[in-house]
Design a protein around this ligand. Structure first.
Ligand code: FMN
Length: 159
């Protein structure tokens, strides 16, 4: 039997963050939740050891991408390699899989996009910091084919 947190089926997201030179980085994240109705607020847990965490200390605007099943092939690159040692912007540009949205370069074929602004950071006794965000812009592009945890398990990408 799988452990309790592996038998639920959360959506899989990628967070775009920016360094001090506005070079973008993308991770994979599933510790993501909407936590307020009005205004709409999001909470995302970010691993302290990642480039995404460093970028969040430098830049408060990020873009949260709700991924679709078409992104299965890039999960390993974005979610298992770090922007500290691998230039993900260069990789994504070379693959021709970026689009423009509201002055951001985002992945093609996402289900939804949210531009978020960092509000606060909560440090708990764990390996992730919890960030709260307000939503400044959003767009739904497709309600179908949302990428989920189960898709990653079925394709032997995780577990
Ligand atoms: C399915 C999946 C879910 C993940 N969820 C999170 C998450 O919620 N928060 C997080 O910080 N990292 C999460 N990760 C790990 C990061 O994506 C990973 O550490 C990545 O290499 C970080 O890249 P960076 O150093 O370029 O930011 C997840 C990875 C996978 C494959």
């Amino acid at each position: 039997m799988k452990r309790p947190w592996n038998i639920v089926n959360p959506a899989v997201y990628s967070l775009i963050s920016y360094d001090e030179n506005d070079i973008l980085n993308m991770n994979i994240c599933s510790y993501v939740s909407a936590v307020s109705l009005k205004p709409k607020l999001y909470l995302i847990a970010i691993d302290y050891s990642t480039k995404t965490y460093k970028n969040l200390k430098q830049n408060s605007v990020v873009v949260l991408q709700l991924l679709s099943k078409s992104h299965l092939k890039i999960i390993r690159k974005l979610g298992k390699l770090s922007g500290y040692s691998y230039n993900k912007e260069k990789y994504l540009k070379s693959k021709g899989i970026l689009n423009d949205w509201e002055k951001h370069l985002v992945l093609k074929n996402v289900c939804a996009l949210l531009e978020l602004k960092k509000m606060s950071e909560i440090n708990i006794d764990g390996d992730h910091a919890i960030f709260t965000f307000s939503v400044s812009k959003f767009k739904t592009l497709s309600e179908d084919s949302v990428l989920t945890f189960k898709d990653l398990i079925d394709n032997k990408i995780i577990l």
